[in-house]
Design a protein around this ligand. Sequence first.
Ligand code: ASP
Length: 420
Amino acid sequence: MEYNPGQEWYKRLHWQVFIAMLLGVGIGLTPAGGPFADYFGWVGTLFMRLLKMIIVPLVITSIIAGVASAGGGRVVGRMFGKTLTYYMASSFLAALTGLILFNIFNPGRGYPVTDTGAAAPDLDTPESLIDLIYTLVPTNFFDAASQGDMLMIIFFCIVFGVAVATLPEGPRTKVTDLVDALFKAMMTLTSGIIKLLPIGVFGLMLTLVGATGLKAFGNLAQYVAALGSGLAIHFFITLPLLLYFWGRVSPWKHAMNMREPLLVAFSTSSSAATLPVTLKTVREKVGVSDRVSSFTLPMGATVNMDGTAVMECVGALFIAQALGADIGFVTQVVVVFTALLASIGAAAVPSAGLVVIFIILGAIGIGDNPEAMLIVAAMLSIDRPLDMARTAVNVYSDSCAAAVVGKWEGEEGIDEEIRT
Ligand code: ASP
């Protein structure tokens, strides 16, 4: 992963990962795919465990080190404001894209469920979502850490980091030196695990394709088309425009520098599992400082999920339409905003997006509808490839945020060249 321009192509990690992915798919599709997956699928699972093993300590040390070194509450407050501005704007645009695509494709129209004679549900407006705020503040930090509850961990680490930054120099350097050293150790461990990427990705793809084949794509084609176009528009148009106009960063160079994390996001379907790779790449290849990347990326992996926001919007409206509900303007507005919240609340793990879709269904009053459950189950059966794509969009939006906030903080050298 280190910047090494003279290296042969086959020694570069992203090529190795890509070839491993093709090999996994190729072998998975052969008749021997199933048995092969049974024998070697564990490699992918083991790799996922290794990635997950490092997430909590990496995030804790990375945020405390990042915030504490940011130089006091005012600087952190300023960065927080900038980061949040970007995250809210990009997620909102994502949900809006989902809404537009839904209205173009109308994927739920004529869905078989509407022929069963069941009465079409009346949609409601939402109740208070104050609980979402409670999910930020842990009553017991160690409990949150042991549960891997990222929002709570992040909240605690940010306020702890601010507290450290305001200490007098003596105790402050004691804490920051220790946390910095721990953080460096975690990054070293991360680099070691990242070297195993090709093997892990091979195992993951083999299991996926060997177990289910590609037939899952047959159904729900309209939903897939609407969601796929939404994700593509966000990835290829909206985010590059944000990068260019907000950060004055070349979208092409940024995309090229981000190849590895994008492939990892695609093959793991988990922004959290990808975070170690994202952190390393954004520092070493994109060229964002430790201070900004430690602040923006762990938070982004947890709360900034643009791909998921597109999916929540298209998915929830698809379900409502399939049930024959009348989808008016107010409902659409409600769906866009709750899709935003649901994407914030979604855990950065595979298929988490489909779990939190019930936040939106609840908000529009079809959360308990048994037919809705059936449609979610059908969506789940084809979710993996969609999850892979939206996770890549989620991770990409985080790295764009790091680049934009880095630029806003006056940093030089961000994406000035393609670093392979
Ligand atoms: N898998 C996604 C992620 O980790 C979340 C989702 O299911 O939308 O980013």
